[in-house]
Design a binder for this molecule. Structure first.
Ligand code: UD1
Ligand code: UDP
Length: 366
């Protein structure tokens, strides 16, 4: 029996690690799966776990409103010491590039337990974008034993950094396992505030490097787009006070702009499906959009997910107000260009990442 400790803390980690935990739980005679929720996020992580029916074994419940990176990093790392001592895992799973990811990997290192990194090898090679995520994933890459890369591009990045090819497996992204499974079983959702005569632009945003001026320019672009009169903007606002405050101030109470609470995963997928185009700086949404055939404008200067940019579904627009408006206008007014970019394809995974990870883990223990 091998004990697997799965450490997760934020909404995207919940969505991308819940299918993996549920997968390993199908083999109770071989794997003892312990899910530790750091509580880096609170409400929105529980929202995300709910749909998968995954109950954490430990909930450290560490979130502080308006937490700084110093606070979350030190509190999470410190609390993981007792978890490592009590659970005594054979392998620690972390996912992505959050503070929880970094702390989970460090906890493995300090306790002498090998680390498996899900979604390994994403890179922009710019420590300020995304911040602090690029630094987190580079640091985790140095202390990982099992690198589980979603794509061959990510695997090649690791090889270029000197990681032994034998420790890298290309698995596809577990987020696409989650998406395809959830989208197949989606219930009906009513959206009474949506006007069926208008096309919907779905928006999300939370990157730290966009706070301040970038966010202001982004909101001005949304205001200009809403003023066209033939679109409605639906914006589930991230609970980070650095996002919520400025966004509500800039966009609250405007016609054709609906600021709503963060959505559960199922209704959010329904919103993505209903949308005409998506404007976002989210990593996960960039991966999901292509699988749903939705063109995406990414409000970032660089991305660690170039595959869909190369395919044309995703275009980088930064927080340049004129560029956001111009690119969205092209998609709204040029049906030929829209069709060219509303391409259903799965550059990030085929829904089979969890069984591939299981195979890699079995090979590792063998
Ligand atoms: C974090 C991750 C980011 C990831 C994002 C996903 C880091 C450094 N950042 O950013 O990589 O893309 O999550 O959403 O790890 N809050 C709540 N309720 C919640 C969640 C957050 O109120 O359920 C508020 C709290 O005030 C909290 C703040 O948001 O202090 C910031 O949370 P934090 O996890 O530090 O950063 P995010 O911006 O969410
Ligand atoms: N998501 C959700 N509800 C929302 C917004 C996003 O369930 O209101 C999902 C989305 O489908 C994706 C994930 O959350 O799977 C992305 O999380 P987020 O944008 O917070 O983080 P990132 O992927 O940028 O790290």
């Amino acid at each position: 029996m091998k004990t697997l400790l799965i450490v997760l803390g934020t909404r995207p980690e919940a969505i991308k690690l819940a299918p993996l935990a549920m997968h390993f739980r199908k083999f109770p005679d071989e794997f003892n799966v312990h899910v530790c929720l750091t509580g880096q996020h609170r409400e929105i992580v529980h929202q995300a776990l709910q749909v998968f029916g995954l109950k954490p074994d430990t909930d450290l419940d560490l979130m502080l409103p308006g937490q700084t990176l110093f606070q979350s990093t030190s509190r999470i790392l410190s609390a993981l010491e007792a978890v490592m001592r009590d659970v005594r895992p054979d392998l620690v799973f972390v996912q992505g590039d959050t503070t929880t990811t970094l702390c989970g990997a460090l906890a493995g290192l300090y306790a002498g337990v090998p680390v498996a990194h899900v979604e390994a090898g994403l890179r922009t090679w710019d420590l300020s974008r995304p911040f602090p995520e690029e630094a987190n994933r580079q640091m985790v890459g140095r202390i990982t034993t099992l690198h589980l890369a979603a794509t061959s591009w990510a695997a090649a990045n690791l090889e270029r950094e000197g990681v032994a090819p034998s420790s890298i497996t290309v698995t596809g992204n577990t987020g696409i396992d989650a998406l395809l499974h959830t989208a197949r079983n989606l219930p009906h959702f009513d959206w009474p505030f949506l006007n069926p005569a208008l096309r919907t632009i779905l928006v999300t945003g939370h990157r730290r490097e966009n706070f301040g001026d970038g966010q202001e320019r982004f909101c001005s672009a949304l205001k200009t787009l809403a003023a066209r009169g033939d679109v409605q903007i639906v914006y589930p606002v991230h609970p980070n006070p650095n996002v919520r405050g400025p966004v509500e101030k800039a966009l609250g109470e405007l016609p054709n702009i609906h600021l709503i609470h963060p959505q559960d995963y199922q209704p959010f997928i329904d919103l993505m499906r209903r949308s005409y185009l998506i404007i976002t700086d989210s990593g996960g949404v960039q991966e999901e959009g292509p699988s749903l055939g939705k063109p995406i404008l990414v409000s970032r200067e660089v991305t660690e997910r170039p595959e869909a940019v190369e395919a044309g579904t995703v275009r980088l627009v930064g927080t340049n107000e004129a560029k956001i408006v111009a690119e969205a206008t092209t998609l709204l007014d040029d049906p030929v260009e829209y069709q060219r970019r509303a391409l259903i394809h799965n550059p990030y995974g085929d829904g089979q990442a969890c069984p591939r990870i299981e195979k890699a883990v079995r090979a590792y223990f063998a």
